[in-house]
Design a protein around this ligand. Structure first.
Ligand SMILES: CCCCCCCCCCCCC/C=C/[C@@H](O)[C@H](CO)NC(=O)CCCCCCCCCCCCCCC
Ligand SMILES: Nc1ncnc2c1ncn2[C@@H]1O[C@H](COP(=O)(O)OP(=O)(O)OP(=O)(O)O)[C@@H](O)[C@H]1O
Ligand SMILES: [Ca+2]
Length: 494
């Protein structure tokens, strides 16, 4: 279009819009429109404003929690420099809380926050911070509705607030696996345009007691040990995972136990599919399609004996349950590349005892195009529920010691990588938090088609539920966000 002279077109307004610049990366751009008449200019501005106001999915008032100690401790800087200006541009008002201690956000959301005034909550941090917010919101919703979260028999009530994630952690797996990139600006723009993505949420139980929710990885053995070791090295920042990963790789411990699981037989896909589920892709539709089928069969799922449990005993280097792909910068395709975000299932990956060399081959395949499941010592099952029982029972004293951060002889072995004996127990890595119990029971029931999250608890089980955790892409890449009006600097001379 030829350049219009500002003298001939003295009035102008600027529209900011979202542009996809590369793969999953979004940026904000703007375009200025010039008008001949002021009234016409105002009319355009007014109309566009009205259209934007009518978009009810867009948040107007947000509650933001910043973890200043997540990842490389850049949370506050990332928010102030990259995110807050975009929220201002999009006329989103915010209340910002910089957390002062662990579980600050969880407890504030659970007890104090006046949630009615907000269209969503935003977490600036990593997976651990996101997990805090999920726990705060879910607990709050249950309390407000008189539901006992510990009672495995009670149905949990859906929570309606969405959680947006601005990645500022070490792994940022939940952000990466849903948006496709861990970029604060891209995530802020998804929040602004009001994107939403339901996702599976699990509840983990032990002996009829609720332990935690999980949305990404529940990992025993390798990932449990990596986490346990890395927690003592938080000062290293994100590099702690590589250090502890290398150390844990050398220790090469296996753990004996029994895994029982309920295969998800009523779904379309398998963990070996070549397809990928990520918000903004056609696959999301496929994901919901399987949900429909699942919903129709939900009553059967509630009676597991109809389907039949499978039991596998063995010595495992790792037992991983990936409720989503768990893609992250370390492994862009993730632990289970074909896992779906909201299908009510988790992919249970069993890595049996094998040589170090073979385990390294398996790990390396997470970073290449080769199939990490195509190995004789690896199996993967898409399941609705599962439970794990270690071969040796954990005594109460062992549990107490674990909860206090100490370990029995396992600690000795851990500190001597050359020692060939394996400890009796590992820990569960639950979205980056350590669970003290080795024996957990996991069950999945979900109604993801219901876009308001819905929780249903079963005895001693982990279950998937649907939640609105994210403001994620589903939109075409061009979006008007904010209109600035101004008069051209060079007006027509009188
Ligand atoms: C040789 C290179 C192999 C690279 C293999 C990379 C596989 C990485 C898969 C990462 C999966 C992350 C799942 C997400 C879990 C989050 O809920 C949780 C909280 O943020 N993060 C972690 O637990 C943090 C877990 C971080 C795990 C890092 C593991 C690094 C392994 C390094 C092994 C080195 C062996 C080298 C031998 C020469
Ligand atoms: N002010 C604070 N001081 C100390 N710890 C905090 C504070 N605020 C939050 N936390 C805790 O810090 C833990 C880690 O935070 P976060 O998840 O943001 O970063 P990360 O562990 O580096 O990243 P990732 O979880 O992606 O690996 C969380 O479990 C959270 O409970
Ligand atoms: Ca899933």
């Amino acid at each position: 279009m030829p350049q219009k002279s500002t003298e001939a077109y003295p009035y102008a307004f600027t529209v900011s819009y979202v542009e996809r610049v590369w793969q999953h990366r979004w940026r904000c751009s703007d375009v200025t429109f010039h008008c001949l008449e002021g009234a016409l200019c105002q009319q355009w501005v007014q109309t566009i404003r009205e259209q934007l106001t009518a978009l009810t999915s867009r948040p107007k008032h947000l509650l933001v929690y910043i973890n200043p100690y997540g990842g490389k401790q850049q949370g506050e800087r990332i928010y102030e420099q990259k995110v807050a200006p975009l929220f201002t541009l999009a006329s989103i008002s915010t209340d910002v809380i910089v957390t002062e201690h662990a579980n600050h956000a969880r407890d504030h959301l659970r007890t104090e926050a006046e949630l009615k005034q907000y269209d969503g909550v935003v977490c600036v941090g990593g997976d651990g911070m996101f997990s805090e917010m999920v726990h705060g919101l879910v607990s709050r919703t249950q309390r407000d509705n008189g539901v006992d979260q510990n009672s495995p028999e009670e149905k949990l009530v859906p929570c309606t607030l969405r959680i947006g994630i601005i990645p500022a952690g070490s792994t940022d797996c939940i952000c990466y696996a849903t948006v496709g990139i861990n970029d604060p600006v891209t995530s802020a723009l998804h929040i602004i345009v009001g994107d939403a993505q339901p996702m599976d949420v699990c509840s983990v139980h032990h002996n009829n007691t609720f332990l935690r929710y999980s949305v990404s990885l529940l990992g025993y053995g390798f990932y449990g040990d990596v986490l346990a070791d890395s927690e003592r090295k938080r000062w290293m920042g994100p590099a702690r995972y590589d250090f502890s990963g290398f150390k844990t790789f050398l220790t090469h411990h296996y753990y004996e136990g029994t895994v029982s699981f309920l295969p998800a037989t009523d779904i379309l896909g398998t963990p070996r599919d070549k397809t990928r589920c990520r918000a903004g892709y056609v696959l999301l539709y496929k994901c919901n399609l399987s949900n429909n089928i699942h919903n129709q069969l939900c009553s059967l799922v509630l009676y597991p004996h109809v389907w039949g449990w499978r039991v596998i005993r063995g010595k495992f280097l790792a037992i991983n349950a990936a409720s989503m792909s768990c893609a992250c910068p370390r492994s862009p395709k993730g632990l289970s590349p074909a896992a779906h975000l909201a299908d009510g299932t988790t992919d249970l990956i069993l890595v049996r005892q094998c040589s170090r060399f073979n385990f390294l081959r398996h790990l390396l395949r997470h970073t290449s195009k080769y199939d990490q499941f195509d190995m004789t010592f690896v199996e993967v099952h898409r399941v609705r529920r599962f439970r794990f029982t270690p071969r040796y029972c954990q005594s109460d004293s062992e549990l107490d010691l674990r909860e206090n951060g100490k370990r029995l002889f396992s600690q000795i072995c851990r500190d001597h990588p050359a020692c060939s004996c394996s400890p009796a127990y590992s820990s569960w890595n639950c979205d980056g938090e350590i669970l003290p119990h080795a024996a957990i029971e996991v069950g999945y029931v979900t109604t993801p088609y219901n876009l308001l999250c819905k929780y249903t608890v079963h005895s001693e089980s982990i279950q998937t539920h649907s939640l609105f955790p994210h403001f994620v892409t589903l939109q075409p890449c061009y979006k008007m966000d904010k209109i600035k009006t101004h008069q051209s600097t060079h007006n027509t001379p009188s």
